[in-house]
Design a protein around this ligand. Sequence first.
Ligand code: PLP
Length: 407
Amino acid sequence: MRDTGRIYLDHAATTPVLPEVARAMHEALLEGFGNPSSVHREGRRARAAVERARRQAAALIGADPEEIIFTGGGTEADNLAIQGAAREAGAGAHIVTTAVEHHAVLDACEALESEGYRVTVVPVDGDGRVDPDDVLAALTPDTVLVSVMLANNEVGTIQPVAEIARRARERGVLVHTDAVQAVGQIPVDVNELGIDLLSFSSHKIYGPKGVGALYVRRGVRGRLKPLVYGGGQERRLRPGTENVPGIVGFGAACEIAARDLAARAGQERRWRDRLIQGLLEAIPGALLNGPAPGQDGAAAAGGVPGLDGRLSNNVNVSIPDVAVDVLLAQLDLEGVAASSGSACTAGSVRPSHVLRAMGRDLDAATHVLRLTVGRSNDDEQIEQALEIIPRAVARLRRAGRFTVQRG
Ligand code: PLP
């Protein structure tokens, strides 16, 4: 049972599984238990369920089903793209990425670097946006892959991936985008983006955890080396008996995401803008991180019409003179689930590498509150949050609780 009276504002960390998704998984667990590789009826039934999910996942991003490789989540999809491309190209291969990527990308690059591969990390501007010219300038004759995220998980910045892809692919370089935060939130079409590889994840779109996919454009599979070896599943790129219930749940979540995307984005954008405006007005010294709502229009969103340069569900503010770990604990007690940025660095309150890359000082990069709205919310909750959060900040400031333990 879900807690009643809670205000869940952490949809970028994970989303609650939708009842329709859970029902599909329940059926797959109990009835569709066969091994999809088996030739008997039980096996064929499980195979049919996996292939249906593949069609649902492909449809959400405008791909062909055979271009979808199911993985154990977004992190694995990122690693398969990055390590897979570098290792297939071999020693001396060069990768270009940006300073604001998720750790799944940055740490994979770092691991490759420690083995002798070369990596260039391109800087971003004050809104967290990378300049396509800088990415292009970083290419060398040895570059095998460019990896630029579609939307940032901390500040919601949407990157000009389509332009980067068009120009980099003219040079024969593979282009990967981590679209874990973007898929299900903004329209994503692999052909409009023109990328070769795209990662997305089930638990960010109201599906189960531990399942995701890498889109691999037709003709690109041979340029990737698998991370693990075994049977022939997932076109040998991700062998191992399929996580059938997880994949079925992911497929159902993809279908629902495609169906509801336009209606949800408009509503969430209103909540986002209301929260940003309300927090900046009510909290002295609060500073918005990432692109201002409405700024730049479709151009900033990689040409996606009707969007500004910021994810429709993302609010990120620096709140000086407040220890965020104490604030988050206080908000939790008062029924508000919020975050200081990415879930992985939360808990230790390390300054955000994203905000540092955007030129924020150590203080602003450490005192961060991220709120991400979603299906769990309603108008009333947004107004309640706007009462609870500024009140908690004022109380903590009065008590002088602003020393932060930097991890
Ligand atoms: N990439 C981005 C941008 C993310 O936000 C996340 C999760 O927070 C991941 C990758 C990792 O995805 P997963 O949790 O499915 O491994």
